[in-house]
Write a protein that binds this ligand. Structure first.
Ligand SMILES: O=C(O)CCC(=O)C(=O)O
Ligand SMILES: [Mn+2]
Length: 203
């Protein structure tokens, strides 16, 4: 059961080589998280992008939206996204996340996983416009989904599985994006909708 108050101080760091990963599982209170989930679900212009893999186009296995400062554009998997403007809700979330991360983020990618068939395959957030050691702040609302991390070179290291709960904040910093990949696998378990926001700095 989640606390009603939220507890920003309950941080959990993972001792992983070549990575800097911190989880605040109760970053937003339950009441805030319920309200933010409902608002984001209803008010976001959700779209389904196409990704290119080995020259073929596929619909992304989830819905997305991208918001940020004017003039920042972002390319990944053959897609170039032009940001929608910040909304009041996104700016309120960003203010809290900026403070916790000590970073002024200038864009956010929103993902909507409609059910267990929606997913996000193994990747790292290492696009050139993110710079050398990007800080990625990942906020989750709605159904809990499993977030997995694997080291790209060291087969001796076990995969890390983290359940990202309603109202949690996960920070990835330092060399994490160079050495580790992450994914949200599909699941056959019945799961509800989940919204994830990854705040980024586009240089
Ligand atoms: O949904 C998540 O927790 C991860 C999202 C992600 O990795 C991304 O958007 O790059
Ligand atoms: Mn990612």
């Amino acid at each position: 059961m989640k606390s009603q108050s939220g507890n920003k101080n309950a941080a959990q760091s993972f001792s992983l080589p070549d990575a800097d990963v911190i989880l605040f599982s109760d970053f937003f209170s339950l009441a805030e998280s319920d309200q933010l989930f409902a608002t984001l679900l209803a008010d976001t212009q959700w779209g389904q992008g196409e990704i290119k893999l080995y020259g073929k186009s596929y619909p992304e296995p989830r819905l997305t939206a991208w918001h940020g400062d004017e003039g920042k554009q972002y390319s990944y998997s053959g897609l170039t996204l032009h940001p929608l403007p910040w909304t009041e809700t996104l700016l309120a979330i960003k203010a809290r996340v900026d403070e916790a991360a000590g970073v002024t983020f200038n864009s956010v990618l929103l993902n909507l996983y409609r059910d267990g068939r929606d997913s996000n395959g193994w990747h790292q957030d290492n696009e050139p416009e993110l710079g050398r050691n990007p800080v990625i702040a990942s906020v989750s609302f709605g159904a809990t989904r499993r977030f997995q991390m694997r080291h790209k070179q060291r087969a001796d290291l076990p995969r890390l599985d983290i359940d990202l709960e309603h109202g949690s904040l996960l920070l990835m910093a330092g060399p994490t994006q160079h050495f580790w990949q992450h994914q949200i696998p599909k699941t056959a378990k019945p799961v509800g909708q989940r919204i994830n926001l990854t705040f980024r700095v586009i240089l």
